[in-house]
Design a protein around this ligand. Structure first.
Ligand code: UD1
Length: 346
């Protein structure tokens, strides 16, 4: 029997990391054949191609080249183009990742064509509907037939919304990716940036709610400068943040800035960091995978386990909870579990 065709939709940086783990497992499953579509949402070499190279992800079959514009325009253009691709490819299932505009467009295009949707990283909630990501993940979950949750908390979130069928707690594919790639992360980034191991902070900021308002962005940068107490702060600057800072680069005084880092450089940096300050979802856990503490530069987090276990605190919280190990993220074989469930379902 011919293998069942799975059409995966990726487009933004965190999705490349998740897709790397799942694609590798899918390549080893003879019952499935993957066709990967890149929406084009992220297009700079250091936001996209570097991940395909470093994580050995097969190049996407199609890159739609859709980036920028407002949420409606970007998502609408993706929806139109993805529908066309899905009609031509006729997949047995559409696989989507995370919570970006590419995720929502993939889910919506597939659901309207009556194609089953599988969502990797289902059930995460910030309970803040002002975040575009929250809208994207709620809608993607409600359109999905298979919901692959990274944690028991995510399963409980779905149950609260009445979603119990097709829900599987498989563990976190980002943990799989870390185990696979971080062991090989022997890059020269520490020397290149002139860092002393154990004595620097890693900072990332890219959420619309943090960077689009100059006063909020300046307040967060001041906060991190205080937190560093004289230590070096390494700040790889996301393109959205770079644009927001245009003309106001004074706000970066005293920080060691660089272009966005590849996956291996970032993991090398995390391994020897004193502390991470971030508004990224993925980095909150990746820091924990390296047993480094995090300050989350947001008012809430989806990864509540990291806070409860004392490895993460919200920036306005006075202190960390007592520290313990976290067993919620699975055994590093989430991708295999996802692929097995998909193969069984088709
Ligand atoms: C998107 C996701 C967010 C995810 C993040 C990871 C949505 C709503 N948000 O946010 O959930 O955490 O990706 O990075 O989907 N740009 C470049 N070069 C690039 C990529 C983007 O210049 O390679 C520019 C875009 O043209 C745009 C801005 O940066 O002007 C923001 O990009 P966009 O894709 O809208 O959202 P992100 O902030 O990256």
């Amino acid at each position: 029997m011919a293998p069942a065709k799975v059409l995966s939709v990726v487009g933004a940086r965190p999705q490349f990391v998740k897709a790397a783990a799942v694609s590798r497992a899918m390549a080893a499953e003879p019952r499935l054949a993957e066709v990967m579509i890149h929406t084009g949402q992220h297009f700079d070499r250091e936001m996209s191609a570097v991940f395909f190279d470093e994580l050995a992800i097969p190049p996407p079959a199609i890159n739609l080249g859709i980036a920028g514009g407002g949420h409606g325009a970007m998502t609408g253009r993706m929806l139109e183009a993805l529908e066309r691709v899905m009609l031509a490819e006729r997949p047995a299932l559409v696989l989507i990742y995370g919570d970006t505009n590419s995720t929502l467009a993939g889910a919506l295009a597939a659901a309207k064509l009556h194609l089953p949707v599988a969502h990797v990283e289902a059930g995460l909630r910030s309970f803040n509907r002002r975040m575009p990501e929250e809208i994207n993940r709620v809608l993607a979950d409600h359109l999905s037939a298979l919901l692959f949750c990274p944690t028991p908390t995510a399963v409980a979130n779905l149950a609260r919304e009445g979603i119990t069928a097709g829900v599987h707690d498989v563990g976190d594919v980002m943990y799989d990716a870390t185990l696979h790639a971080a062991a090989r992360a022997r890059t020269d980034v520490i020397d290149r940036l002139g860092l002393a191991p154990g004595e620097y902070l890693v900072l990332t900021l890219h959420r619309a709610e943090n960077v689009d308002d100059p006063a909020r962005l300046a307040a967060l940068l001041d906060y991190v400068r205080d937190l560093a107490a004289g230590r070096t702060v390494v700040f790889p600057v996301h393109p959205r943040t770079r644009k927001a800072l245009a003309g106001g680069e004074d706000a970066l005084a005293g920080l060691t800035t660089c272009a966005p880092l590849g996956y291996l450089d970032m993991h090398r940096l995390l391994a020897d960091a004193a502390l991470v300050a971030t508004d990224s979802g993925g980095l909150q856990k990746e820091a924990y995978f390296h047993r480094v503490s995090v300050v989350t530069l947001r008012e809430e987090t989806e990864w509540v386990e990291t806070v409860e276990a004392g490895w993460n605190r919200l920036w306005r919280a006075p202190d960390y909870a007592p520290r313990r190990e976290i067993d919620a993220y699975g055994d590093g074989r989430a991708a295999e579990a996802i692929v097995a469930r998909i193969a069984a379902a088709l």
